[in-house]
Design a protein around this ligand. Sequence first.
Ligand code: GLU
Length: 314
Amino acid sequence: MQDSLASSKVSSFELPDHLHEQLEEGKRLRHQGYRGRFAPSPTGPLHLGNLRTALMSWLQARLANGTWLLRVDDLDRPRNRAGALESLQHDLRWLGLDWDGPVFLQSQRRGLYSSVLSTLRRQGKLYACRCSRRMLADVSAPVGRGLIYPGTCRDLELFWGWHEGRLPSWRLRVSEQFSEISGDVILRRADGFTAYHLATVVDELTLGISEVVRGEDLLVAMPAQLAVIDAMSQRPPVYRHVPLLCDAQGRKLAKREGQAGLDDLRSQGLGPSQVVGWLAASQELIAVGSELTAVELLSELKKKKGALEAVLKP
Ligand code: GLU
């Protein structure tokens, strides 16, 4: 059995035609110019920290005369909140952050993720893992994840069906260079959901994202995402991370706690120019107390070369 499974493995990343085409299309788009994206999860109203990240990402794309996409990371259904998808679009529009093309919903792209998953599995690059989350305190959500998987299930027998009532998760056997910085990455969770790292990587590649600008909390996700891109033999985008906005106690804002959203500010009578001014000043892009629209801020930054670059860390 092991032999026949081994011989069914393919040695290179042989892609089904439709996947090959989508990755080629992504490369073509990327070569055409700057393509950035904002990728919120619809788990609650965007807070000022999310909005500041969105503003930085939008400015960076618009300064480059590039394209800015809106992708919604809604795969983790139990965490989605009713109305969040609508409210995030409303908030971005209210601030003047216009995106190009349709809103990309990950929940509508599941076929694509499964296709990559089965291709990697056929190549023998995945293995079934039965370690429970509790056992490893290991979650697929990137936030707060600091553990490197010790490889417990790496060399176990290939049997992967139901076992004590649970399905396995599927891990990528990462190449040597990533074993110490990312560990073997979960690509499909034991509850059947596509893991964040797989979905986000497939989206960056097929949507032709040239640069990712996101919150600093996701810096920890970068090695895992580079490992997945490496396994797919593709070229990664550039990753830039912006500082997180903290509350008065120095704690980062959390969307799920419904902190500091625009509804509060609107009900206090603040308008978009005041909020854009405050967000930009909090990043030292303009003077404290400035009031200006997103488009006016963009023209200011066109005159101040390098100001935004200084905010975006590698
Ligand atoms: N959806 C993720 C979040 O809101 C961000 C994903 C990303 O920018 O890579 O935390």
